[in-house]
Write a protein of this length. Structure first.
Length: 116
C-alpha cells in the first residue's frame, strides 16, 4: 500500500458535499471517481477530494485527462495525488494549482511524459 502524500491540498471536500456543490447525485460522483474523471483518496476512513481540483461548480477542465494519463502510466490514486501536489516552482507551486490556470496544458504535457 502506498504511503499518503505529505505535501498536499489546502483543503478537502467530502463526497456528499461535492455532490451538492456540483449539483449531482452521490452516485454520479462515485461514477466520476471510478471513471478517472475525479480523484478521491481515503483519510481516516473517509473518501475525500482535494478542494482545489473543483473550481466553482465544476471539476477542473484538464483534470480527467491528466488523471487518465497518470493512471495509464501505472499510478494509483495516492501516487497521482502525490504527483499533482509535488512542489514545482515552474508551475506556480504544484501541478494541481497550475491545472486551474494558463499552465494547464504544460501539466498535461508533463503527465504524458511520465508514461515514457
Amino acid at each position: 500500500m502506498s504511503e499518503p502524500v505529505t505535501a498536499g491540498p489546502a483543503g478537502w471536500i467530502t463526497l456528499p458535499d461535492l455532490a451538492e456543490k456540483l449539483g449531482l447525485s452521490i452516485s454520479k460522483v462515485h461514477q466520476m471517481i471510478r471513471e478517472g474523471a475525479l480523484l478521491a483518496v481515503r483519510r481516516d476512513g473517509v473518501r475525500l477530494v482535494p478542494a482545489e481540483l473543483v473550481a466553482n461548480a465544476t471539476v477542473l477542465k484538464h483534470l480527467p485527462g491528466v488523471l487518465n494519463l497518470l493512471h495509464d502510466a501505472g499510478y494509483n490514486d495516492e501516487e497521482a495525488l502525490r504527483w499533482l501536489y509535488e512542489p514545482d516552482a515552474e508551475l506556480g507551486g504544484s501541478a494541481a494549482l497550475a491545472l486551474g490556470g494558463d499552465l494547464a496544458r504544460e501539466v498535461k504535457r508533463r503527465a504524458q511524459a511520465v508514461g515514457f
